[in-house]
Design a protein around this ligand. Structure first.
Ligand code: ADP
Ligand code: MG
Length: 250
């Protein structure tokens, strides 16, 4: 390696231009072969760096969002859920609902793809650099209860209020006491018209009385959630059962 090259690489390391460092040798040779102008050569190198940083930033957002698994909107087979409007769901992927601070509610039995679609939209939001967090209703409630006991509730609520998109999965798997419902209400209130929430539940609204001990708080929560919401009841069959049936037939 000649002295100039060694020096350049040292400078790139100091500046943490990792993509330029990785591509430097190859790009320099290519530039010489193709008689690239100085500026064209510089653009080629800098574009690599920008691309790498964008990819790293998306990766960091996805990791911070704590998705339980990664699934994309493109992987969702709409023909399996004919009752669900593909057009309306795909329209959500434009993420206008986040700019408008609207909510999305997926309702339906297990296995119909509620979590899949929530994750798919969440991943899209990460790619658009929004602050996203995925959590389950159970985990969220537990966290709020702990925070209310140790005096950090306001801090916790502020943390949640700063998210562009909060995904609350599986409301209804556990009953919600009056104290828990009050905390949930505070969370929904602080996010109201401030950020988007995606909520999934195995119960339709009429049945929420079975989730919440306190019906007054339950309707207050529903009221705020649905005020600016896209609501999707998904009533088709479970994808998991489909897979089982196929395996059974084979
Ligand atoms: P739910 O949250 O409604 O219980 P999930 O979203 O967890 O269901 O879906 C269960 C599994 O089936 C996941 O692996 C998901 O990716 C897959 N799945 C569900 N519906 C579809 C679909 N229409 N197309 C492709 N995969 C699907
Ligand atoms: Mg689910």
């Amino acid at each position: 390696m000649n002295e100039t090259r060694a020096h350049v690489e040292e400078l790139l390391r100091t500046l943490k231009l990792r993509a330029v460092l990785a591509m430097y040798e190859e790009t320099t040779e290519k530039a010489a072969r193709n008689n690239l102008q100085y500026e064209e050569y510089l653009v080629a190198l800098l574009e690599e760096e920008v691309k790498r940083r964008e990819e790293a930033s998306i990766k960091a957002k996805v990791s911070k969002a704590k998705f339980p698994f990664i699934k994309t909107m493109e992987e969702f087979d709409f023909s399996f859920q004919p009752g669900l409007s593909e057009k309306k769901v795909i329209n959500l992927a434009s993420l206008q609902f986040i700019d408008k601070k609207e909510n999305i509610i997926f309702l339906g039995p297990p296995g119909v793809g509620k979590t899949h679609l929530s994750v798919g939209l969440g991943v899209k939001a990460c790619m658009a650099r929004y602050r996203v967090l995925f959590t389950s209703a159970q985990k969220l409630i537990e966290e709020l209860v702990i925070a209310s006991k140790d005096g950090s509730l306001m801090e916790k609520l502020l943390f949640y209020s700063r998210l562009n998109l909060l995904i609350v999965d599986e409301l209804g798997y556990m009953p919600v006491t009056r104290e828990q419902a009050n905390l949930l209400f505070q969370l929904i209130s602080i996010r109201y018209e401030r950020g988007s929430t995606i909520l999934t539940s195995n119960y339709v609204f009429d049945e929420w009385g079975r989730i919440f001990d306190d019906h007054v708080v339950a309707s207050a929560i529903i009221d705020r959630l649905v005020h600016h919401a896209h609501i999707f009841p998904i009533n088709g069959s479970s994808w998991r059962i489909k897979d089982k049936l196929k395996r059974g037939a084979a």
